[in-house]
Design a protein around this ligand. Structure first.
Ligand SMILES: [Zn+2]
Length: 356
């Protein structure tokens, strides 16, 4: 995927597209309370009698910085929460920029749920502009974070001006912030680590809305069971392939593969920062031939050009893999979520090893 360059080229269009998406999201949000208000006033005579039977009004407004956070928050909070997904449409988790409208929405929310681990490179700027009551929560708390690729990149690309720019940024950030690239931010792709993220979401919801605890408890318990089932599935089905290598679109699978004994070979690095060099491709081709790799994965929703060219050289096929950094509205409307995408990934991995 070459989104970084694309972003630079189409910067203005990109921002305009996000703003447009926001307007739509904003008007959608504004409709909900209005409809509820109407319903309540129409049924005001019987309201006191049947109060407990009615769907509870939204009590928390939550901003989710990733699709996984969106999914977990909806599953735990259901009707009590209204969740805005920061990253919608064409953007992905690494290449996203806040707009004034979205800043306003964040400012007016109750909870601002963040992946942490350095994923939100825009966070210091955004937080500096917040004046409202919104409470920010870093959901990586309790996750054993993997080291990032920052040092490695700086040694290799010391003459790259963009990397120098990152260095300058570093000094401006508060010390407790995880610098973009210091850690691998993709922990949500490991069911075990994602379960910790979900626990942190559950605790944040209960702390902000203690009256909803009973609802959150029940939903969270069901969610924990889903995580346990997913972990069991991954462990069972990947066990025979421990030690194998997988060509992935960018190095997002460290946590997942560490957990199940697999190795990732990224067409792009951890931050999805541009196309691989000819030298890197040659290395990947070499390794893929040695290991008998039969599938080259590309980013679901992304472009498969790089994967196709590597696959052609080694006589492999290409297939999509979800990093869950972008979730299409269409798929979400069809009921797809974190768990269905993780199942698709598991099937795709097993298939790539020649299993069923
Ligand atoms: Zn990524």
């Amino acid at each position: 995927m070459n989104r970084n360059n694309e972003n630079k080229k189409n910067h203005i269009m990109h921002v305009a597209a996000i703003s447009l998406g926001l307007l739509v999201a904003l008007s959608a949000c504004q409709n909900t309370p209005k409809e509820e208000k109407n319903a309540t006033s129409q049924g005001s005579i019987s309201a006191t009698m049947s109060e407990s039977k009615e769907a509870p009004a939204v009590t928390l407004r939550v901003i989710a910085s990733t699709d996984a956070i969106y999914d977990f928050t909806k599953l735990i909070g259901q009707d009590r929460v209204e969740v805005v997904d920061l990253i919608e449409g064409d953007a992905d988790a690494h290449h996203w920029e806040p707009t004034p409208k979205l800043l306003m929405q964040i400012n007016e929310a109750d909870l601002f749920l963040l992946n942490g681990a350095g994923l939100e490179s825009w966070l210091p700027d955004v937080q500096a502009s917040l004046t409202g009551k919104v409470k920010s929560v870093d959901l990586s708390d309790g996750v054993a974070l993997r080291k990032g690729e920052e040092d490695h990149d700086h040694e290799e690309d010391h003459d790259d001006h963009e990397e120098d720019h990152d260095d300058a940024d570093h000094d401006d950030k508060e010390q407790h912030e995880h610098h973009h690239g210091e850690f691998d931010p993709h922990y949500w792709l490991s069911p075990k680590a994602a379960a910790i993220q979900a626990k942190n979401i559950y605790e944040a919801l209960v702390a902000s809305d203690p009256q909803g605890k009973e609802v959150y408890d029940a939903n969270y318990k069901a969610l924990q069971e889903k995580f346990e089932a997913l972990e069991r599935d991954y462990a069972e089905k990947l066990k025979p392939y421990s030690g194998r290598s997988v060509i992935v679109p960018h190095e997002a699978f460290g946590y997942l593969f560490d957990a199940y004994g697999l190795k990732q070979i990224g067409l792009e690095g951890m931050l999805a920062d541009g196309q691989p060099s000819a030298k890197k491709i040659a290395e990947i081709v070499d390794l893929a031939k040695k290991e008998g790799i039969k599938t080259v994965f590309y980013e679901a929703y992304g472009d498969d050009k790089e994967a196709e060219s590597v696959a052609a050289e080694i006589g492999a096929k290409t297939a999509p893999l979800y990093t869950l950094e972008a979730e299409s509205k269409e798929d979400r409307a069809k009921g797809e979520n974190y768990f269905t995408f993780m199942q698709k990934n598991l099937e795709a991995l097993v298939d790539s090893f020649g299993g069923k």
